[in-house]
Ligand binder design. Structure first.
Ligand SMILES: [Zn+2]
Length: 467
C-alpha cells in the first residue's frame, strides 16, 4: 500500500511544472460569469475541462444548463465502491480594476512561491488539484479506489442561478454518497483546516419615499420629513448598542456558542488588535462577549450593504430629496429559517416606518446555513488526508460566506459534504492580485490523492449504504 502511495506521490512531485502550465492555460480563459460579453469564454472554459478530464481517462461531456454549461466527468460505476461527487466552479469574478494588478489578471504569473491570476485559487487551481490527483491515481495504478463524479459549474460567482434546475434535470447523473467541495481556505499558512459550517443568506431592498419630487430645502425645509434621515433612523433601529439585532424572531434557530465550541475556537491563534490593524479599523466591533471568530462563523449578522439618496455631485445642492434607498442582508446560521428571517425583518421595517414618509421593502434569497456533521466517517478520512498532504492535523473552522451549491446538495440530495479547500486567508480572492500559493497547490494535490484512498476505506460501499 505504501509503495503504491509512493508511486502516486512521485508522479505528482514529478509533474509540478506541467500542473502550473495547465493552470496558466485555464487562467488565460477569462470566464467572468457576471459579464455577458464573456459568454463564449464560459463555454470555452468548460470545454477545456471536459477535454482535460477525458485525457485523464474520465468519461466527460458538456452538460447544458439554462446558463453556463457544466463540465461533467465520471469514472467507475462499481457498486462495491462508494461514489464521490467532486464539485468546483470554473467561472471567476470580474478582474476590474485592472490597473491594481501587478501582472495581467488573465496571465498566470509565478512569483515568490505563488501563482497570480484571476481564478488561480477561486476556483480553477482547486479544480485542477483534483484532476491532477485523479490523473496520478489512474496513471500509476490504472484505477481509482472510488467511483468519481466531477461537476464543475460556471455560475458560482453569480449565485449559481441555474444550478438547482440543472441538478434536477440531470438527476440520475449525480447520485453519490458524498460531495467534496474545494472552494474554501485553510485557517492559516501553517494550519490546515476543514470547514464544517457555511452561513445562509437573505437580502432586502428598502425604499423610503417622501415628497413626490426633490424640494427646495429653503422654501420647504421644516414642513416635510427628510427621507434620508428617516432611512438612517430606521436602519439604526435594527440593532442596539451591543450590536444585538432587535428584530423579533431574528435569532430563532441560531444556536448560542456552547462551551466545547468556545474551547475549540480559543485554541486557534487569533490576535484581535492585529486583525483590526489589518482591516484598517480602530477596533473590532460586534456582539459583546462572543469571540470574533465565532461572530464570523457561527453567529448571524444583519448588515446595511449600501445606502443612497439625495444630491451627490460636486458642490452643494439645497434639496430635501424625494427618496432614499438601502440594501440590507443577513447571514444565517444553524436552523434559522430564511423565510422567517425575511418576513421578520420586513415586518419590523414596516412597523417602524417613521411618520411622514412611506417605507417599501422587497426581499430576496432563501439560502439556509449548512452544518457539516463532524462525526461522519468522511470527515475523519479528510483529516487523515490533510495530515498526509500538509504534515499536520487540520483544525475545524466555519466560513462566514455562503456557497450556494452546498445548500443545494444538502437540501435536494441530503448529501453529506466535506469542505476541503486549501486556499490561504490572504489569497485576495475577488480582489486584484489574487494568488494561489504553490505550496498549497501541490500539497493540495497530494492531499486529494490520499483522500480518495481514505474515503475508499472509510465510506460504506454503495450497495451496502442505505439509499
Ligand atoms: Zn469560489
Amino acid at each position: 500500500m505504501i509503495d503504491r502511495d509512493e508511486g502516486v506521490l512521485a508522479h505528482i512531485r514529478g509533474s509540478h511544472e506541467r500542473y502550473l502550465d495547465e493552470l496558466k492555460a485555464l487562467i488565460a480563459i477569462p470566464s467572468v460569469s457576471a459579464n455577458p460579453q464573456h459568454r463564449s469564454d464560459m463555454e470555452r472554459c468548460a470545454r477545456f475541462l471536459v477535454e482535460r478530464m477525458s485525457e485523464i481517462g474520465l468519461r466527460s461531456e458538456l452538460l447544458p444548463t439554462e446558463g453556463a454549461p457544466f463540465a461533467y466527468g465520471r469514472y467507475g460505476n462499481d457498486p462495491s465502491k462508494p461514489t464521490v461527487l467532486i464539485y468546483g466552479h470554473y467561472d471567476v469574478q470580474p478582474a476590474e480594476p485592472f490597473d491594481l494588478w501587478r501582472s495581467p489578471p488573465f496571465e498566470g504569473t509565478v512569483r515568490d512561491g505563488n501563482i497570480y491570476g484571476r481564478g488561480s485559487v477561486d476556483d480553477k487551481g482547486q479544480v485542477l488539484m483534483h484532476l491532477a490527483a485523479l490523473e496520478a491515481h489512474l496513471r500509476v495504478r490504472g484505477d481509482l479506489p472510488i467511483n468519481i463524479i466531477v461537476l464543475v459549474e460556471g455560475e458560482e460567482e453569480i449565485g449559481s442561478p441555474s444550478f438547482e434546475r440543472a441538478l434536477a434535470r440531470h438527476h440520475d447523473l449525480f447520485q453519490a454518497d458524498l460531495a467534496i467541495i474545494s472552494d474554501t481556505a485553510v485557517y492559516a499558512d501553517d494550519t490546515p483546516a476543514l470547514t464544517t459550517s457555511v452561513r445562509g443568506l437573505v437580502h432586502w431592498d428598502v425604499r423610503v419615499t417622501g415628497p413626490s419630487e426633490d424640494l427646495h430645502s429653503g422654501y420647504f425645509g421644516g414642513i416635510v420629513r427628510n427621507p434620508i434621515e428617516a432611512l438612517a433612523m430606521l436602519i439604526a433601529s435594527l440593532k442596539d448598542e451591543q450590536a444585538r439585532v432587535l428584530v423579533p424572531r431574528f435569532y430563532e434557530g441560531a444556536p448560542s456558542i456552547d462551551e466545547a465550541l468556545e474551547i475549540e475556537i480559543r485554541k486557534l491563534a487569533y490576535d484581535e488588535a492585529a486583525s483590526a490593524a489589518e482591516l484598517g479599523v480602530p477596533q473590532l466591533w460586534g456582539e459583546r462577549g462572543v469571540h470574533p471568530l465565532a461572530r464570523m462563523w457561527y453567529r448571524p449578522t444583519l448588515e446595511c450593504n449600501g445606502i443612497w439618496g439625495g444630491y451627490q455631485g460636486p458642490g452643494h445642492k439645497t434639496v430635501i430629496p424625494s427618496f432614499a434607498c438601502a440594501k440590507l442582508s443577513a447571514r444565517l446560521v444553524g436552523a434559522q429559517d430564511p423565510l422567517v428571517v425575511r418576513d421578520a425583518v420586513k415586518r419590523y421595517l414596516l412597523a417602524h416606518a417613521p411618520a411622514g414618509v412611506r417605507v417599501e421593502v422587497e426581499d430576496e434569497g432563501t439560502a439556509r446555513a449548512v452544518l457539516i456533521g463532524r462525526d461522519h466517517p468522511a470527515v475523519a478520512a479528510a483529516s487523515k488526508a490533510m495530515r498526509r498532504g500538509f504534515g499536520k492535523d487540520p483544525v475545524f473552522i466555519g466560513t462566514g460566506g455562503s456557497i450556494t451549491p452546498v445548500g443545494s446538495f444538502d437540501r435536494i440530495y441530503g448529501l453529506p459534504q466535506v469542505l476541503i479547500g486549501v486556499g490561504l486567508p490572504d489569497d485576495r480572492i475577488h480582489a486584484p492580485n489574487e494568488k494561489f500559493s504553490l505550496k498549497q497547490f501541490f500539497g493540495g494535490i497530494e492531499t486529494m490523492a490520499m483522500l480518495y484512498d481514505e474515503l475508499a476505506e472509510s465510506l460504506p460501499a454503495r450497495e451496502r449504504s442505505a439509499r
